[in-house]
Design a protein around this ligand. Structure first.
Ligand code: SDX
Length: 393
């Protein structure tokens, strides 16, 4: 009993930690941030408002949100020396290792704010991460296409600023499509936290050794990049593209998945916790249909995705294994429509997950009860044996 959630004793023993931040009921398809249902927040609370909720525990008042927004805006620029950092990577580098390296490098520029037990230092590190990660993400992209970097424009909203730094050029003004900005803000809200997923548990575990917030988040970025985790949104587009190139026959691809051909999986389907439709996926699917219906040229990949979902949800192979679309199944189609290259998709996931990582790290550092302790193991190796000198082996 935790006041309003009842867990069976078996579950309690498997839980890695306790937390006050996010609640998931995988069977019922429920997701709440600090008690607020995700479908209440998505489309109503902005990403910065949601970030404030996750990090500080309450929805901000108008003044609190204005103060938080101003603090973030004051820190969106990177040190001029930092900008040379991006020139050190090959142009075709994947932006996720660039992002993780850059976030880690922040700890070398801000050595005055690394103490996990100094609340002022934790606060400024929180603001610097929220402010600078969009700048870093856009710079990783710009450098990869050989375009000049744009300074942040603090007269713009958080998402507008990021879209302009990513798609704008110094030679012309850049007007963000307000519909795209609104959808991207909502997608960031949907990705903002998700209990003890692989990358968040990584942030907690790294932080449990008292590593600073930048180092812990950098580790989380790497964990997120795996194709079974945040890298799935990129893998979904590659899967849809391969199906299209192969004639667009969704049914024959599903047959390959069911035959478990070379580990072929229906990327964007299945979840360790949700054994029901991921509540985020339903919202993303609607957003994808809205965004793509406005495109001059319809995207055939959306039809393939919807056909895959229709076939899978009626097929016992998936139904019996409780495999439903997860948050990654439709997001890539929206990012593609916005003009992002596929390899930026997981960077967008990281941008969304950032406040969740920060909130969970702060909770863990301040409350040992919520720490993921040192994991133990069952030893199944050799019994004790005597050393054999090499000449006798
Ligand atoms: C995210 O944890 C989080 O909260 C993560 C996340 C977040 O917000 O942080 O929600 C974000 O990572 C979403 C997941 C994105 N990954 C993918 O879409 C990759 C494809 N999905 C799978 O790899 C898989 O579903 C997992 C890893 C996501 C979940 O694995 P489970 O629940 O542990 O399931 P499993 O691997 O034990 O599989 C059970 C059965 C197996 O078949 P059998 O051995 O019973 O015959 O289902 C099969 C699996 O082979 N299966 C799939 C499948 N997922 C599971 N078969 C085909 N396609 C799939 N996608």
């Amino acid at each position: 009993e935790t006041g309003h959630v009842t867990y069976d004793p078996g579950f309690v023993n498997t839980a890695a930690c306790s937390s006050k931040i996010t609640y998931i009921d995988g069977d019922a398809g429920i997701l709440r941030y600090r008690g607020y249902p995700i479908d209440e927040l998505a489309g109503k609370a902005s990403f910065l408002e949601t970030s404030y909720l996750l990090i500080y525990g309450e929805l901000p008042t108008t003044d609190q949100l204005a103060a938080f927004t101003e603090k973030v805006q004051l820190h969106t620029m990177l040190h001029e020396d930092f900008k040379r950092f991006f020139d050190g990577f090959p142009r075709d580098a994947h932006p996720m290792p660039v992002l993780s390296s850059a976030v880690s490098a922040l700890s070398t520029f801000y050595q005055d704010s690394l103490d996990p037990f100094d609340s002022d230092q934790v606060e400024i590190s929180t603001v610097r991460l929220m402010a600078k990660v969009p700048t870093i993400a856009s710079y990783a992209y710009k450098t990869s296409i050989g375009q000049p970097l744009l300074y942040p424009d603090n007269t713009r909203s958080y998402v507008d600023n990021f879209l302009r730094m990513t798609f704008g050029v110094p030679a012309a003004s850049y007007d963000v499509d307000p519909a795209f900005a609104k959808v991207l803000d909502t997608l960031l809200v949907l990705h903002a936290d998700h209990e003890q997923n692989c990358s968040t548990s990584t942030v907690r575990l790294v932080g449990s050794g008292q590593a600073n917030l930048f180092a812990s988040v950098s580790a989380g970025v790497h964990a997120l990049s795996g194709p079974l985790h945040g890298g799935a949104n990129e893998a979904v587009l590659q899967m849809l593209g391969a199906i299209q190139a192969d004639g667009g026959d969704a049914a024959s691809f599903v047959r390959r998945v069911k035959a478990k051909e070379q580990g072929v999986k229906l990327m964007g389907f299945g979840h360790r916790v949700y054994k029901n439709y991921d509540p985020r996926a339903a919202i993303v699917k609607q957003a994808a249909q809205d965004v793509l219906s406005r495109m001059a040229k319809p995207d055939p990949l959306l039809d393939i995705a919807m056909k895959l979902e229709e076939i899978a949800l009626a097929d016992d192979f998936f139904v019996s294994r409780k495999l439903y679309p997860n948050v990654d199944f439709y997001t890539g189609l929206i990012y593609k429509a916005m003009g992002f290259p596929t390899k930026m998709f997981t960077v967008l996931f990281a941008l969304g997950r950032l406040p969740g990582w920060i909130a969970q790290w702060r909770e863990m550092i301040n409350d040992p009860e919520t720490k993921i302790g040192r994991p133990r193991q069952l030893y199944v190796g050799s019994p004790e044996r005597e050393f054999v000198p090499i000449e006798k082996r």
